[in-house]
Design a protein around this ligand. Structure first.
Ligand SMILES: *Cc1c(COP(=O)(O)O)cnc(C)c1O
Length: 511
């Protein structure tokens, strides 16, 4: 009978995977397929499509960890099937979380007795941590206003315009107005004096960033604390500070232990940090730590007593994996203070290698600081012929993923490239990157200008808003254009809109 069987009826296991009927059709995209697929074929199909993703280790856009030791990988794999929330079934995992909270709280100089339990919780990342911290501030402020018989319906937060998107999410999801201090050309973080000026009686907190997403720079939390103390004294308010230390929280304690940015400052009531950034764990873990128990309103804490002992919980999620918590504990005890310091020093040194290499080309201005998170942010000195978006695009050909983006308001006309130096980005790779950037520049020099005389149009569309100060746009300089020129203008205009969209997208996903 074998001979009369059609191709599709015959035994699947004897066909080449790639010639089997499962792979002959394109993969299901909208509806779940009617029939099952053999597991080896399903694996092959998905694996092959994923080959087209970028290589995580060469993804220099992201702060998020892309390498861990094999021993830690093993712990992660072994605990993949443990739901973190089942605290009574997995009491050891819960205990490991509590130990991480204690260690991080001590690292941030929380006012704790030697064996006192710290107040904090593991989250999916800094975003969830920030939602929780923000909610605590909002509730505390509301309670105080209610007690004073004052309106409590218009809470606001003061931040820099350079905040990560999660603060905008917090503001929108939890109905708090975001009052942003604009940045200016040459100063790309929140100015503490301007921030304190914006504080009013409805301000639930000022959020400072230790490691700005845009250029890695630390905001001056100490100055903010001192100015705000003064204002609180004058007004009788007690506006607190939150520090978003998503990236800097595991840098400053090791590289700049003297820098006062944490609970040493009296107004700092809560701090978040991403365990999956310089905490050195794969994506999926963040931490929020409160200064004392009093800084987290009791009504936001849910109590579970399955364990016999009281287990407080305060998270947005219920179920989640345990692996990241376990991996965080591994890193903390495996590396210790010494190990983290070593790794962060190495990251800093590699950032300097890259920075100096870029400076030697003579083509870039460096927008990152030597003191800060180890990132190198840089922009072209001369953008008259080509811009950073083209550099980013051409680098892709070498495998490098280096995002180009624009600064926030009011410095939107400044575009830049950013390389995040992670533990697994070696000095040799930094040198190679400089070589490849040099090649890209040489190649661009040979290409006809993309911006050229239409520079001002580019700015207009990258910004997505009119720049009225720019005379070129106001008719004065406009001369009659040929049909070809007009066509080219339109093409450039749309190209820039697409690039701006891309840039925005990169900013959203660049973490
Ligand atoms: C990455 C980052 C966040 C968001 O953190 P996730 O852990 O990715 O949720 C928030 N703030 C800053 C400053 C960041 O760098």
């Amino acid at each position: 009978m074998g001979l009369s069987k059609t191709f599709s009826e015959s035994d699947v296991s004897i066909h080449s995977t790639f010639a089997s009927r499962y792979v002959r059709d394109s993969a299901a995209k909208h509806k779940m397929p009617e029939n099952s697929t053999p597991k080896d074929v399903a694996y092959q199909m998905i694996n092959d499509e994923l080959m087209l993703d970028g290589k995580p280790r060469l993804n220099l856009a992201s702060f998020v960890t892309t390498w861990m030791e094999p021993e830690c990988d093993k712990l992660v794999m072994d605990s993949m099937n443990k739901n973190y929330v089942d605290m009574d079934e997995y009491p050891v995992t819960t205990e490991l979380q509590n130990r991480c909270v204690n260690m991080i709280a001590h690292l941030f100089n929380a006012p704790l007795e030697e064996s006192e339990a710290a107040m904090g919780v593991g989250t999916v990342g800094s975003s969830e941590a920030i939602m929780l911290a923000g909610l605590a501030f909002k509730r505390k402020w509301q309670n105080k206003r209610k007690a004073e018989g004052k309106p409590f319906d218009k809470p606001n937060i003061v931040t820099g315009a350079n905040v990560q998107v999660c603060w905008e999410k917090f503001a929108r999801y939890f109905e708090v107005e975001l009052k942003e201090v604009k940045v200016t050309e040459g100063y790309y973080v929140m100015d503490p004096a301007k921030a304190v000026e914006m504080v009013d009686e409805n301000t639930i907190c000022v959020a400072a960033i230790l490691g700005s997403t845009y250029n890695g720079e630390f905001e001056d939390v100490k100055l903010l604390n001192d100015l705000l103390l003064e204002k609180n004294k004058q007004t009788g308010w007690d506006t607190p500070i939150h520090v978003d230390a998503a990236s800097g929280g595991f840098i400053a304690p090791f590289l700049y232990p003297e820098l006062e940015w944490d609970f040493r400052l009296p107004l700092v009531k809560s701090i978040n940090v991403s365990g999956h950034k310089y905490g050195l764990v794969y994506a999926g873990v963040g931490w929020v730590i409160w200064r004392t128990k009093e800084d987290l309103p009791e009504e936001l804490i849910f109590h579970i007593n399955y364990l016999g002992s009281d287990q407080p919980t305060f998270t947005l999620n219920f179920s989640k994996g345990s692996s990241q918590i376990i991996a965080q504990y591994y890193q903390l005890i495996r590396l210790g203070y010494e190990g983290y310091r070593n790794i962060m020093e190495n990251c800093h040194n590699n950032a300097m290698v890259l920075k100096e290499g870029l400076e030697k080309t003579g083509r870039f201005d460096i927008l990152s600081k030597d003191i800060g998170v180890p990132v190198v942010a840089f922009s072209l000195k001369d953008r008259s012929r080509h811009d950073e978006f083209e550099v980013s695009e051409l680098l892709r050909r070498f495998g490098w993923i280096v995002p180009a983006y624009t600064m926030p308001a009011d410095a939107r006309h400044v575009s830049l490239l950013r390389v995040v130096i992670r533990e697994d980005f070696s000095c040799t790779l930094a040198e190679r990157l400089v070589i490849d950037i040099t090649k890209v520049l040489q190649e661009l020099d040979k290409l006809p200008p993309k911006n050229g005389e239409h520079e001002s149009h580019n700015k207009l569309s990258i910004n997505g808003e009119a720049d009225h100060q720019n005379g070129n746009l106001n008719g004065a300089v406009v001369t009659k254009k040929s049909e070809d020129e007009i066509k080219r203008d339109i093409a450039t205009h749309w190209r820039n809109i697409v690039m701006a969209k891309k840039a925005n997208k990169i900013m959203l996903s660049c973490s």
